[in-house]
Design a binder for this molecule. Structure first.
Ligand code: PHE
Ligand code: NA
Length: 515
């Protein structure tokens, strides 16, 4: 235990920090990819169901658990969970959550570092005059660390290290630093998000380049928003939907507990949790789905989007869009868009550092400095392999195990703790203590029955998918890419259909020089 030395400056600061924690790269880059990979409209129904019966309840659980633990002077997940029940096991579960944070931070900060690099390249005009194929090729070259020709040697590694250093530095300054970053970043992010979303909506076929004359932004929107009911019985889709809801709301790892531990005993939880949750969903479902997918589909066609869906999509297409607005506006647009992605990212990655720092403080009384630097080092150690072996699919493995499965496991365990061990009666009154809104009583039963039942079902029924992932994910991916590559580049008799300029295992469609 330790004494309270830190606290949130104001309610607005808290809300923005919590919203900053939630709103992140997950909204703009991960959501579109998960949606596309899981069947577009087929994904949306499980996604919304998960939000209502798991996401919102878990926000209540985590906010109230955090405030409750904070009352006893605890600021880290292991200690907070430990105040809820007897038995050391819960402490270890808290530690498991901390490692999820480190693993997610490791690859998350890698994407965050791309946004920094792309701000730089927008300013120096790297993308001026590039064709869509060039822009996409630039990204492929960027992540191919050893052979990259983007300008700075080992550029991807350089920016990754800078990004981690920056996170470490801000973390070492404590809550005030986090709050400041959120206060500047969040409003700007929403403003520019809206501008680009309008562009995504109005792009139509006008974006179609001569390379992909059939490309149409509306194909992307239709694909996303035509509900399909056949996926409802597919556990893989449910796992992905639950995983995305948890990832995007930042639940299932302990960051919310740690932020909420700095609340006062009678501070509102109910309204704050609901507002932060809905704000995140607005940014995700409205802004997140109106930008990258329609714009990528508008320039490259829906087929390309489906085959190349990945965190890199926005980097492979947006600079090309900006170029259409002229070289000068392109600089501003690039700085804004990638800058705002950067803010979205850093307000989230900072949150991932707090459970570790809090734990080192609760357990060993470590200073913020020591806590922050050790976190940075751990993330670097875990992250470097994903940077170097990006094309081998290691990155996606992290995102699956740490960014999806672990969140669902942790969420399941903490729901059991809250509803059955701590007890729903006490739990429900914790949630309502100091509440600025009256919660519908039905949510008590949702938390008691529906949330754990659905979580349990998702967990158990997705086990076959885990096994698949362990068995042959990598070879499977490679084979698939190889086949696609072959089909697209060679005709039936084995003659090449075009001139190959750039081939990376993950990106095949743009392997042609179209003059
Ligand atoms: N919610 C963040 C996003 O959408 C990611 C995140 C997950 C942040 C877990 C903190 C904890 O990008
Ligand atoms: Na989010």
């Amino acid at each position: 235990m330790s004494t309270k030395t830190d606290s949130w400056g104001s309610r607005v600061g808290l809300i923005l920090a919590m919203a900053g924690n939630a709103v992140g790269l997950g909204n703009f880059l991960r959501f579109p990819v998960q949606a596309v990979q899981n069947g577009g409209g087929a994904f949306i129904i499980p996604y919304l169901v998960c939000f209502l019966v798991m996401g919102i309840p878990l926000l209540f659980i985590e906010w109230s658990t955090g405030r409750y633990g904070g009352k006893y002077g605890n600021h880290s997940t292991p200690y907070i969970l430990d105040t809820m029940a007897k038995g050391r096991i819960w402490k270890y579960i808290g530690v498991f959550g901390i490692f999820t944070n480190i693993a997610v931070a490791a690859y998350y900060c890698y994407i965050e570092s791309w946004t920094m690099s792309y701000v730089y390249h927008s300013i120096v005009g790297t993308f001026n005059g590039m064709s869509q194929a060039d822009v996409a090729g630039f990204f492929n070259s960027y992540v191919d660390v050893a052979h990259s020709t983007t300008g700075i040697p080992y550029e991807a590694v350089v920016f990754y290290v800078i990004c981690l250093l920056l996170n470490t530095y801000i973390l070492s300054k404590g809550l005030g630093g986090i709050e400041k970053v959120a206060k500047i970043g969040m409003p700007l992010l929403i403003l520019f998000g809206v501008i680009l979303a309008v562009r995504g909506l109005t792009l139509g076929t006008s974006g179609a380049s001569d390379i992909f004359p059939e490309a149409n932004a509306w194909d992307g929107l239709n694909f996303l928003w035509t509900p399909q009911f056949d996926s409802l019985s597919n556990p893989k889709v449910w796992l992905a939907a639950a995983g995305q809801i948890f990832f995007t709301l930042s639940v299932g790892m302990g960051t919310i507990h740690c932020y909420a531990a700095y609340l006062k005993e009678r501070d509102d939880i109910a309204l704050n949790a609901v507002s932060a949750g809905f704000m995140n969903e607005f940014v995700e479902v409205v802004l997140g789905s109106l930008i990258v997918i329609p714009i990528a589909a508008g320039y490259l066609g829906l087929d390309w989007v489906i085959q190349n869906a990945g965190f890199g999509m926005a980097f492979q297409t947006m600079p090309y869009l900006f170029q259409q607005w002229g070289d000068v506006i392109a600089i501003f647009a690039g700085v804004f868009w990638f800058g705002l992605l950067f803010f979205a990212g850093i307000t989230s990655s900072l949150a991932m550092g707090t459970p570790w720092m809090g734990f080192m403080r609760d357990e060993f009384n470590w200073s913020k400095n020591k806590g922050a630097w050790s976190f940075g080092l751990l993330a670097l150690t875990m992250g470097l392999p994903t940077v170097v072996f990006y094309n081998e699919g290691l990155f996606d493995q992290y995102d699956y195990w740490a960014g999806t499965v672990s969140l669902v496991v942790f969420a399941f365990l903490e729901t059991i703790l809250f509803s059955y061990i701590f007890g729903i009666k006490k739990g429900w009154s914790e949630i309502n203590k100091g509440a600025d809104i009256k919660l519908p009583g039905i949510y008590k039963y949702v938390i008691l029955i529906v949330t754990p039942a659905l979580l349990g079902w998702v967990l158990i029924s997705s086990i076959p998918d885990w096994i698949d992932k362990v068995k042959d994910s990598d070879t499977h991916n490679k084979e698939w890419f190889a086949n696609t590559y072959y089909a697209e580049n060679f005709d039936a008799s084995g003659n090449t259909k075009g001139k190959v300029v750039e081939v990376s295992p993950q990106h095949v469609k743009l392997a042609f020089d179209n003059e």
